[in-house]
Design a binder for this molecule. Structure first.
Ligand code: PLP
Length: 416
């Protein structure tokens, strides 16, 4: 573990950041991970040496080279998530972008107009669905929450011949833990519905195979695993991709635009090309692939072991705390990369505590997040509104948890 730590300190230079001479303790990787030197190097190298036209618009040799590098990145992403084909990967600007593209392209047919969502859905998934339901396009149904997870038996009752799509969060960004999506997906399939998985919080610290997880489609964000901001992907299984309508279009997505008696018509390209409009973030995709390769080199099982050990260590530590309470049970939380805490002492204010972590702790700035974490649906269904979230990635250590625990004790001692 020590060896990996040193290697990652070099790989994530922001670990050495200081703010006004105070050392950073970064516990907010669920928001965004610190960025990898390897990915940043691949990004800038590509921009400086290969910043040519791409996307098959131009037939010159530099454009062919861009396209080849872009496709190689597609292959890397496909391999990382266990997709059967590189062609099932559509590059996007992240999970939010991916889900908006997916939903606006999803073929709602006949009387299948219902979408079932997990109560843990992030606003990236929940709000586009809510908007569509308000416009009358679909009926939105929310799986009840049970023990901080979607209730499988209640879900069974929501499924019907009207269900078109089931959206499930693979790992919650507010309550931690993971969801075993396979049984949900099996039932969805029996009902003739498709399954979308939000992998944003799962992929950075788990080896994933989207096919055994039951996904017909899924999305993730590159910036949560050390790649640049504005990178990510949407996976869509081949036969579903063939049925998608083109919800986001523009240059590079059409085979032919022609005149019709009444005006014009467009024939779109089949496959991923029909869903990547405009000049793409080629450098971002290459950098994302570099980040994935670096994680794969360390090994996702090793990363999982490390993060699980950190979550266990923190849970043990906080089980004795008087000022806060852990939300959820240890067994479930250990499978994720988040420890959610709520205040338990009279007068505890998460706003004040956050100020204290940033301005009051001697020699350190402790960065984490409090509140609803853009998971309004989860907060509203659970009635738990104000979560202090510690989230971990490969570069965190027990010392980070100790620093937080010490700060917590100091803050609590001032409450009187
Ligand atoms: C579970 C989950 N889904 C989706 C998102 C949205 O990701 P992005 O902002 O990269 O699009 C997040 C971001 O925190 C998340 O935690």
């Amino acid at each position: 573990m020590k060896k990996m730590n040193t290697a990652f300190e070099k790989e994530f230079p922001a670990l050495g950041s200081n703010f006004g001479g105070k050392k950073l303790v970064y516990l907010d990787s669920a928001c965004t991970a610190l960025k990898m030197r390897t990915a940043a190097a691949a990004h800038s190298e590509f921009l400086l040496e290969s910043g040519f036209c791409g996307g098959r618009r131009s037939a010159h040799l530099p454009a062919v080279a861009v396209e080849e590098a872009f496709f190689e990145a597609r292959r890397t992403v496909a391999g990382f998530i266990g997709a059967a084909r590189a062609e099932e990967i559509i590059f996007t600007a992240g999970t939010t972008d991916a889900f908006n593209l997916f939903l606006s392209s999803f073929p709602f047919e006949g009387s299948r107009k219902e979408v079932i969502v997990s109560p843990l859905e992030h606003n990236a998934v929940f709000l586009p669905l809510l908007n569509m339901s308000k416009r009358g396009g679909i009926r939105l149904r929310v799986i009840p929450l049970r023990n901080w997870a979607p209730d499988l038996s209640a879900y069974r009752k929501l499924l019907s011949a009207k269900t078109a799509l089931v959206c499930l969060n693979r790992a919650s960004n507010i309550f931690g833990g993971v969801t075993d999506t396979a049984p949900f997906a099996r039932l969805a399939r029996e009902a003739g519905a498709k399954v979308f998985l939000d992998e944003a919080q799962y992929l950075p610290t788990h080896a994933e195979n989207v096919r055994s997880a039951g996904a017909d489609a899924c999305a993730f964000s590159g910036h949560k695993l050390g790649a640049p901001f504005g990178t990510g992907a949407l996976y869509v299984e081949r036969s579903l991709m063939e049925r998608l309508v083109h919800g986001k279009v523009g240059g590079g997505t059409v085979r032919e635009v022609s005149r019709t008696p009444g005006g014009f018509c467009a024939e779109y390209l089949s496959g991923y090309q029909g869903f990547e409009p405009g000049v793409q973030n080629y450098a971002g995709a290459v950098a994302l692939a570099a980040a994935i390769n670096a994680l794969s080199k360390t090994g996702m099982p090793a990363i999982r072991t490390r993060v699980e050990e950190l979550v266990s260590y923190g849970l043990k530590k906080f089980s004795r705390a008087k000022a806060v309470r852990v939300v959820g049970d240890r067994t479930r939380l250990k499978l994720g990369s988040i420890i959610p805490l709520v205040p338990a002492a009279p007068g505890f204010s998460t706003v004040d505590f956050n100020l204290y972590l940033n301005h009051g702790v001697r020699g350190r700035v402790i960065a984490l997040r409090t509140g609803r974490h853009c998971a309004d649906l989860a907060a509203l269904t659970s009635g738990t509104d104000d979560i202090i979230r510690l989230s971990f990635f490969v570069y965190n250590s027990r010392a980070d948890i100790d620093a937080f625990a010490e700060a917590l004790e100091e803050y609590a001692s001032c409450l009187g």
